[in-house]
Design a binder for this molecule. Structure first.
Ligand SMILES: [Zn+2]
Length: 238
């Protein structure tokens, strides 16, 4: 079985993870640009991070036979540092045309502040202008209202819902997302939030059309094998 993990932060993972992912059938990944835990204080830190997503990390993945793609964007949390955010927005055009960049992301809301809203909208315009997909991080707090608001803003900016992936869904948001014609991505967390048993039930109830499963594995407790594990559980429960 060929597996794609369309949301995984490999920058934070080891070569052991790449090895295990390749052995489990992962042939390609998408690494969205995101925050790094520790807030960045300089625009150069963003520049080096984006450079590594289009240069070093694809090379690292290739050593394990895995194709590495990425998304470029200013994340919601760091959009709140407006002085820095302005400079980061100016950087984006330097990266969006690189060979392995497939979308603008992950963008959206964290605390749903005015600054987050401003940079979210600016980047939706960028995705529209480039005619590439937008990948949306939905807030973990006020999940349902934040998800609906994210979609409303996408529609307000004239984005085609078929070009927008709404990530971090759960049973309470999936129907709204699919009904509006967006892609619904699910992050499988090992302990909390969405687990793979629940994911199997979601697919049983809603089908697999416009449904995406990812690991979002990063610096925290997470599982880079979440996608292959969920896939094999789905086969078992068929
Ligand atoms: Zn992420």
């Amino acid at each position: 079985m060929m597996i794609i993990d369309p949301h995984v932060h490999m920058t934070s993972r080891t070569t052991d993870d790449y090895e295990a992912m390749a052995a489990a059938g992962v042939v390609a990944i998408i690494e969205p640009s995101f925050w790094l835990g520790q807030p960045r204080t300089q625009v150069g830190s963003f520049q080096d991070y984006y450079s590594s997503l289009v240069g070093w990390e694809p090379f690292r993945a290739s050593q394990f036979g895995i194709h590495h793609y990425c998304t470029i964007g200013l994340n919601s949390k760091e959009a709140n540092n407006e002085a820095l955010a302005e400079q980061v927005i100016e950087l984006l055009p330097l990266y969006v045309h690189k060979e392995n960049v497939v979308a603008i992301g992950e963008i959206g809301y964290d605390d749903q502040t005015l600054a987050e809203d401003k940079y979210f909208r600016m980047q939706l315009e960028l995705a529209k202008e480039l005619n590439i997909p937008a990948q949306i991080h939905t807030p973990h707090r006020d999940k349902k209202s934040g998800t609906i608001k994210s979609m409303e803003v996408c529609l307000e900016h004239g984005l085609d819902p078929g070009m927008v992936v709404i990530d971090h869904n759960n049973e309470e948001t999936v129907k709204d997302v699919l009904d509006r014609g967006f892609w619904a991505a699910f992050t499988i967390y090992p302990k909390t939030k969405m687990g793979n048993e629940r994911m199997v039930e979601v697919v049983r109830n809603f089908g697999s059309d416009r449904i995406i499963v990812d690991s979002s594995a990063d610096w925290g407790v997470s599982d880079p094998l979440a996608v292959p594990k969920t896939a094999s559980l789905m086969l078992k429960r068929e």
